[in-house]
Write a protein that binds this ligand. Structure first.
Ligand SMILES: Cc1cc2nc3c(=O)[nH]c(=O)nc-3n(C[C@H](O)[C@H](O)[C@H](O)COP(=O)(O)OP(=O)(O)OC[C@H]3O[C@@H](n4cnc5c(N)ncnc54)[C@H](O)[C@@H]3O)c2cc1C
Length: 571
């Protein structure tokens, strides 16, 4: 089969906030830019962000935003990147407004801001509880207007990377409509492929969040950073994990156990329900483990917002009320609803420097390769992200990546590639369609998700992590023996899901290996066998690489410490 080779200045993979923001910058500077996305841009997970986007609109508050972020990160966040983010946040809100995003207002017309966990001031700007959707619609629209080419329902399966020159020259993709392959040959590639929450059974993520970008990068022997840090959000709807935004607690919601106690008084006496996410998630899971859960299986706790009154609920949390009604049949205006911790956000990812250049090791970068948004680890979140800092990160660093591409591109060579660059991905797809084993993809995926939740979830220890490492090896082996039902080349979603499962297996191994090696508790990583943070031995970023057999080696990268020296973290 012949493979078409298309030429661009810039190829961006992912049409969420980060991809769209970068694409607009590039196109506005006259670069020929294409965005490839496996779902329609407006179905990117960014559109599901409910609660808000942080900014210290009162600029006297900027240092405090920095401090809250550093503290929230459990001192693992890189303070140079955090400083950049917090200082540019107010300008980012104004930029969004000028582009047409409409934020909720106070009576006096100023932008309203709500409190979010782990923050000393109300800083989350919001558009009711549809913040991500409003921002995404706005930036997508403006990128379109600037002339960016969007190719949706294109699946990117490989990177064209020349290891010898350490330069990225494009990507290999297939059109999901007919499984036609094409090489997108470009001077610059940017990954904005989003998060990897789908590797857990209870999660808040879109079905598309299978972490493809990370595994694609890792399969070229490039490192992934801090993969052990997976954030569990305190409030997913019981059963499904669908998110009840932190806005519900920000607006004043209470968490109650089966005795009707506001149990957070035991775990975070000062901040209560608004302590940082790792702290609240552990509080909830601890109550459930100790038998004070609610519901038939006693595997949930209550979130109670009734005291806010129906009017405020309808004004500030209409989407959440609808979700609880649709998924649980519970009306939050009339009764407490059932929630539990849900896998939500990936702090780790493709390592980048502060200007979004992808790193090939802790100190050197790859030429012509950028990443931003949730798939990247510029490390503004360190070991734990604060609510409403990640829509900010995606928009701000997406734009920043675009600006840096524009700055750098003149010095970057266009290296022509030939059809053979597509061989690896074409073989992978052909194998998935033709292979005739006995393992079924949905069952294998469910096994991975269930065991990751059990063994590499909110509470971790050596024995369970070691067990999970073996389970992943077993799943990797069984994956070689899969079979799918659909052998056609038209919208073959069986094929896509099988390829995605391959990616999930790869990056799940990184999560487990990083968690095993980090014999301490920091931010989202909680080891029952090592319950305190250990700065003397573990104040570093994990850099992990994978060999052809799926074995992972670990290296260390320095944390950038600025104004704030590590200290105890209490809420
Ligand atoms: C339910 C929910 C609520 C949230 N609420 C908030 C909030 O209130 N505030 C906050 O700050 N953060 C929130 N977050 C987090 C935040 O929304 C995300 O981290 C952020 O929007 C990610 O943006 P992104 O551009 O990096 O990726 P995404 O928006 O996830 O986009 C990823 C893109 O990559 C594409 N892609 C992936 N793999 C491939 C492939 N192989 N081929 C082609 N395309 C591919 C997808 O099609 C998609 O377009 C929330 C997250 C969730 C899940």
């Amino acid at each position: 089969m012949s493979v078409e080779i298309r030429k661009y200045d810039v190829v961006i993979v992912g049409a969420g906030l980060a991809g769209c923001a970068a694409a607009r910058e590039c196109q506005m500077a006259g670069l020929k830019t294409v965005v490839l996305t496996k779902v329609h841009p407006l179905r990117s997970h960014s559109g599901a962000a409910q609660g808000g986007i942080n900014a210290a609109l009162n600029e006297a508050d900027t240092t405090s935003h920095e401090f809250d972020t550093v503290k929230g990160s459990d001192y693992l966040g890189d303070q140079d990147a955090i400083e950049l983010m917090c200082q540019k946040a107010p300008e980012t809100i104004r930029w969004l407004e000028k582009m047409g995003a409409v934020f909720s207002r106070n009576e006096d017309g100023s932008i309203a801001q709500r409190p979010f966990g782990g923050q000393s001031q109300p800083r989350a700007c919001f558009a009711k509880d549809r913040t991500g959707l409003i921002c995404l619609q706005t930036i997508y629209e403006q990128a379109h207007r600037a002339g960016v080419e969007f190719l949706d329902e294109w699946y990117v399966g490989d990177l064209v990377y020349d290891n010898a020159t350490s330069k990225v020259n494009g990507v290999v993709a297939c059109n999901l409509r007919d499984t036609q392959f094409a090489i997108f040959n470009a001077k610059v590639v940017m990954f904005a492929t989003g998060g990897y929450g789908r590797t857990y059974k209870i999660n808040s993520n879109a079905h598309a969040n299978t972490g493809d970008g990370l595994s694609i990068v890792a399969r070229h022997g490039l490192p992934l950073e801090d993969m052990e840090f997976v954030q569990f959000h305190p409030s997913g709807l019981a059963g499904s994990g669908v998110l009840m935004s932190e806005a519900a607690r920000g607006e004043g919601g209470h968490l109650l156990n089966s005795n009707g106690e506001r149990f957070m008084s035991k775990y975070a006496p000062e901040k209560m329900e608004l302590a940082s996410r790792d702290v609240v998630s552990r509080g909830i899971e601890r109550e459930i483990m100790e038998g004070r859960g609610v519901g038939e299986k006693k595997d949930a706790v209550y979130l109670d917002v009734r005291h806010l009154g129906e009017e405020k609920i309808m004004e500030r949390l209409p989407e959440l009320r609808d979700l609880a009604l649709a998924f649980l049949g519970q009306d939050m205006a009339k009764e407490p609803i059932m929630i539990r911790a849900t896998a939500h956000y990936s702090m780790g990812g493709i390592p980048t420097d502060i200007n979004c250049h992808v790193k090939k090791n802790p100190t050197e970068t790859v030429t012509g390769f950028y990443a931003a948004g949730e798939c990247a680890c510029v490390s503004v979140h360190g070991a734990n992200r604060l609510g409403a800092n990640s829509v900010l990160e995606a928009v701000l660093f997406g734009r920043h990546a675009g600006e840096n591409i524009v700055k750098d591109i003149e010095a970057i060579a266009m290296v022509d590639v030939d059809e053979s660059s597509a061989d690896k991905f074409m073989k992978e797809v052909d194998w998935v369609i033709a292979t005739n084993g006995s393992e079924r993809v949905p069952a294998l995926r469910a096994y991975l998700q269930e065991t990751m939740t059990e063994n590499a979830g909110v509470f971790r220890d050596e024995a369970r992590l070691a067990k999970q490492k073996e389970i992943i090896k077993e799943i990797r082996k069984r994956y070689q023996n899969i079979r799918i039902d659909d052998s056609s080349r038209l919208f073959n979603t069986d094929m896509q899901e099988a390829i995605e499962l391959g990616h999930m297996i790869d990056y799940a191994a990184f999560i487990v290996e990083g968690a095993l090696a980090r014999k301490e508790s920091r931010g989202a990583q909680y080891r029952e066998d090592y319950q305190s943070r250990d700065d003397a031995n573990f104040l570093y970023h994990t850099y992990a690489t994978m060999d052809g057999e799926g074995n992972i080696s670990l290296d260390k990268g320095a944390v950038s410490i600025g104004k704030f020296q590590p200290e105890a973290r209490t809420y």
